[in-house]
Design a protein around this ligand. Structure first.
Ligand SMILES: [Zn+2]
Ligand SMILES: [Zn+2]
Length: 268
């Protein structure tokens, strides 16, 4: 499985997974033109996507979903609550409900989801499987609940939120109510919480971790990376750690393959 991070942060989130010539878009938090342009930059034609999977209805995750689905004619997959919350923004698209804890087949991919703790209608974390590779996507999480930790067991790659540094959040100019919302049960995972969860999930076949949804004001990629690196190296993690950027894609990442099987020309 090849993973492309098109961009991630509070101003938009989108990822593409590809396998055997098929692509699946995970979240569509940029306008359709930006999604298409960024994908093109890394050699992916979004006109061929087999579907768009949405974690929840917030604009930074779903902004471009309706327009892109109408443009390329692909179906949208999300929880019933997310589809209802998006309402007429999805008019003219084919919508499919993802039931928690059940496999949903989308082209060659199988998608399993569970409910997350976040202030949205019915937000979900997902694991996307194909050809033995399993990629987790978990962000906009107030807390890593038992259900999320259970879902993410054994993933070979993980896109995980490292939203804020706890000190930078505490000393930020945000009003106290907003700081409490970000740090609360319906908010976002800190670097420390991400490191703790990764230390718990780490196993010898986990080869790629990408830190996503970093806050512009309350985090820095070097701080997030070093905090998580410490937690992972204490568990003997030998894979690769990446930090997503808001405004440009990362080079494609191979997930769930032995190093000798990496496709030529793909930076991993
Ligand atoms: Zn959200
Ligand atoms: Zn978000």
């Amino acid at each position: 499985m090849k993973l492309v991070v098109l961009g991630s942060g509070s101003r938009g989130n989108a990822f593409v997974v590809t396998s055997g010539g098929c692509s699946l878009l995970l979240d569509a938090g940029f306008g359709p033109r930006t999604l298409v342009q960024r994908a093109k930059k890394v050699g992916i034609d979004l006109r061929g996507v087999v579907g768009i999977v949405l974690t929840h209805e917030h604009g930074d995750h779903a902004r471009g979903a309706g327009a892109l689905a109408r443009k390329v004619g692909c179906p949208i997959f999300a929880s019933g609550g997310t589809l209802t919350a998006l309402g007429d923004r999805l008019d003219g698209t084919r919508r499919n409900r993802i039931t928690p804890h059940r496999n949903t087949a989308i082209g060659p991919f199988s998608v399993m989801g569970c409910r997350t703790s976040h202030d949205a209608a019915e937000p979900m974390a997902f694991v996307v499987g194909v050809n033995g590779a399993r990629l987790g996507l978990a962000y906009d999480l107030g807390r890593p609940t038992a259900a999320v930790r259970y879902l993410l067991r054994g993933v070979t790659g993980l896109l995980l939120e490292a939203n804020h540094d706890e000190i930078l959040l505490r000393t930020s100019p945000y009003p106290a109510s907003l700081r409490a919302r970000i740090a609360g049960a319906g908010g976002h995972l800190s670097n420390r919480a991400a490191g703790e969860l990764l230390a718990e999930l780490c196993h010898e076949k986990m080869d790629s971790v990408v830190l996503v949804h970093l806050s512009d004001r309350c985090n820095r990629s070097d701080i997030a990376r070093s905090e998580v690196e410490q937690a992972l190296s204490a568990r003997g993690f030998r894979g690769q750690l990446f930090v997503a950027r808001q405004d440009e894609p990362l080079d494609p990442i191979c997930v769930g393959q032995e190093p000798g099987q990496f496709e030529l020309g793909i930076a991993g």
